[in-house]
Design a protein around this ligand. Structure first.
Ligand code: AGP
Length: 608
């Protein structure tokens, strides 16, 4: 969602702000703006549309001089995308400028209160309330004012504030929305995500909820809401900026698809020693595992689809009952949990608002939370009892690929680890699975080498209007992911159905030429899938069958085939997802879509 960058130092702020915002473009936005103190007053320039529009207005940054400033890319929530609604939002007098990620839930009451006292509002945003409140409460001390302001606002926020009253300070605070402080020499930064400032510094503070950072050229001081100093330990970022750059690929999504063998290897290898899965990173004891009465898996979007696979895997290997839930549903449905419930939370960003709220709800109800997260130190990771990181590296494309694949691997690791503790797997079966797990990176590589087949298929169908994805059990979970991937980046309507459900309704939509992607990777369900393929073929569908190398008989029923290497049932999703990712990617590319930044979407969904 929205992006924040702030700078205080000795260089011209505007070009730095624009560079930082460019690195946050992947998060999704519809307008952008900057505010800079030019030596006498705050200058604000904002524009609807791409960052390039703003950059052109500012002549690449040259037109706005000054060494302290804040910048923002906005993903509209309150008020349509427009110049006025863009951030920074300023107070009535223009003396205070604010950038904000999140939602101020009680902004209407606050706005009415201020209007009754004569404050004039110009935008439709919730953020303007923060700027106006700041001016309303300001009595000379910026920190005191910010403490007062955050005591009044409800909701989620990451805020950057500058003022012409104190141009020697840049203030930052967050609650339920990520914000980091970058530490330099004679210059300091704020940002909503690391790539924005990684070319400038690798030493950062992750702010906790309601910690207030005061940045000056001389350093950074962090306070709590009692105005007491909080001692912070910097975190050193050890990944390289090149990991967050395209490296010769046309799109981040293509690069991230191709990085999957490495990402999967990095996630698995350190956790297998002498044929045993070792999860040093979690504190869950054998007794606690034995005592688990039920497992809930909670996530959103693709991470939820990993959860659907996880349900099958965990139930099969551990014989514990598993429920999988969308975080946005779970948090409001009064789930029945107790201290023998394990809630597994899955999130790439570690900041998804619904997932974070579901996690907190689960903890409130007494459950133990184990999270699978990609972004180190993110809110979900910090709030969990145990965290298993996916070592996928930074994922920039809005459509997740390598994070999804590494999440699946962590699911296999957890299921096998728990099964070992519970004694629900024979030594031989365990050893075979561990061996298979180690072969996954090479098998994914083999699938990627056959990408031309998928590219050809995409070239035949990139103009179609509807696509159906069908499968059973694990393949149903893959259908959900294939369909979502296609929708989000190609804007083609698609549906995912459990193949056995077709005849209960959706088969009425199949007509001459309808494209159906049929996933038939599971041995024990292959014949059932052949019947489902015949059913749709009989109604005129064109079928791409995705199956394993051993099932060449698919050629007798499908129009096109794509083979993935043979593997054990639980690990086939890791291979089957790759052609689906490639298919969406090639279709979107042939349609000329904005693949890495699809319309209306954001990488990290930090609002409800
Ligand atoms: C996937 O391609 C999506 N962009 C989206 O569904 C995503 O998986 C979802 O928003 C969850 O994000 P998270 O993993 O960062 O929590």
């Amino acid at each position: 969602m929205c992006g924040i960058v702030g700078y205080i130092g000795y260089e011209q702020a505007t070009p730095l702000l624009l560079q930082g915002l460019e690195k946050l473009e992947y998060r999704g936005y519809d307008s952008a703006g900057v505010a800079v103190y030019d030596g006498s007053r705050l200058e604000v320039v904002k524009a609807k549309g791409r960052l390039q529009v703003l950059s052109d207005l500012l002549d690449g940054g040259k037109k706005l001089t000054g060494t302290v400033g804040i910048g923002h890319t906005r993903w509209a929530t309150h008020g349509r995308p427009s110049d006025i609604n863009s951030h920074p939002q300023v107070s009535d007098s223009g003396k205070f400028a604010v950038v904000h990620n999140g939602i101020i839930e009680n902004y209407m009451q606050l706005k009415e209160h201020l209007i009754r006292r004569g404050v004039k509002f110009v935008s439709e945003t919730d953020t303007e309330v923060v700027a106006q409140l700041f001016e309303y409460y300001y009595k000379g001390d910026m920190v005191e004012t910010l403490i007062k302001v955050i005591s009044k606002v409800e909701g989620s926020y990451a805020l950057g504030v500058i003022s012409q009253e104190h141009p020697d300070q840049l203030l930052a605070v967050r609650k339920d929305s990520p914000l980091i402080v970058g530490l330099g020499k004679g210059e300091n930064y704020i940002a909503s995500d690391i790539p924005a400032i990684l070319s400038k510094t690798r030493d950062i503070y992750r702010l906790e909820d309601k910690e207030i950072a005061v940045l000056t050229t001389g350093g950074v001081t962090v306070y709590n809401t009692d105005y007491e100093i909080v001692q912070k330990t910097p975190f050193h970022v050890d990944w390289d900026i090149s990991a967050a750059e395209k490296g010769g690929y046309e799109h981040f999504m293509a690069k991230e698809i191709m990085e999957q063998p490495k990402a999967v290897r990095d996630t698995i290898s350190p956790r297998i020693r002498n044929g045993e899965i070792v999860l040093d990173d979690i504190k869950l004891t054998r007794q606690q595992i034995q005592d688990i009465s039920k497992i809930f898996i909670v996530a959103c979007g693709s991470a939820y689809h990993v959860g659907v696979v996880a349900k099958y895997v965990l139930e099969k290997l551990t014989r514990k009952p598993v429920e999988v839930d969308l975080a946005s549903e779970f948090r409001y449905r009064s789930p029945i949990l107790d201290d023998n419930t394990l809630v597994v939370v899955i999130s790439q960003s570690g900041e998804t608002a619904d997932t974070l709220a579901a996690l907190r709800e689960a903890k409130k109800l007494g459950a133990r939370v184990l999270s699978i997260v990609n972004v180190v130190g993110s809110s979900i990771a910090s709030d969990s009892d145990d965290v298993l990181y996916t070592w996928a590296g930074p994922e920039i494309a809005v459509a997740t690929t390598k994070a999804y694949s590494t999440q699946l691997c962590v699911v296999y690791l957890i299921a096998l680890y728990m099964a070992r503790q519970l004694g629900t797997l024979s030594d031989e079966a365990y050893a075979n699975y561990v061996d298979e797990l180690q072969q996954l990176p090479d098998k994914i590589e083999q699938v990627l080498q056959n990408k031309a087949g998928i590219q050809y298929f995409a070239s035949q169908y990139f103009n179609c209007h509807d696509i159906f994805f069908i499968g059973r059990n694990y393949d149903y979970a893959m259908s959900l992911e294939g369909s979502l991937k296609l929708k989000e980046i190609s804007y083609i309507h698609s549906e995912a159905y459990a193949a056995g459900e077709l005849k209960h309704g959706p088969i009425s939509l199949i007509e001459e030429g309808t494209l159906v992607v049929a996933l038939a990777t599971q041995d024990q369900l292959f014949d059932k899938m052949v019947s489902n393929i015949k059913e749709v073929k009989a109604r005129g569908a064109v079928v791409l069958g995705v199956t394993t190398e051993k099932h060449k008989e698919i050629e007798q029923v499908a129009d096109y085939e794509f083979y993935i290497p043979n593997a054990s049932d639980i690990m086939l999703p890791s291979l089957a997802v790759v052609p689906l990712q490639l298919f969406s990617y090639y279709i979107a590319s042939m349609k000329g879509c904005d693949i890495d930044k699809p319309r209306n979407l954001a990488k990290s969904v930090t609002v409800e």
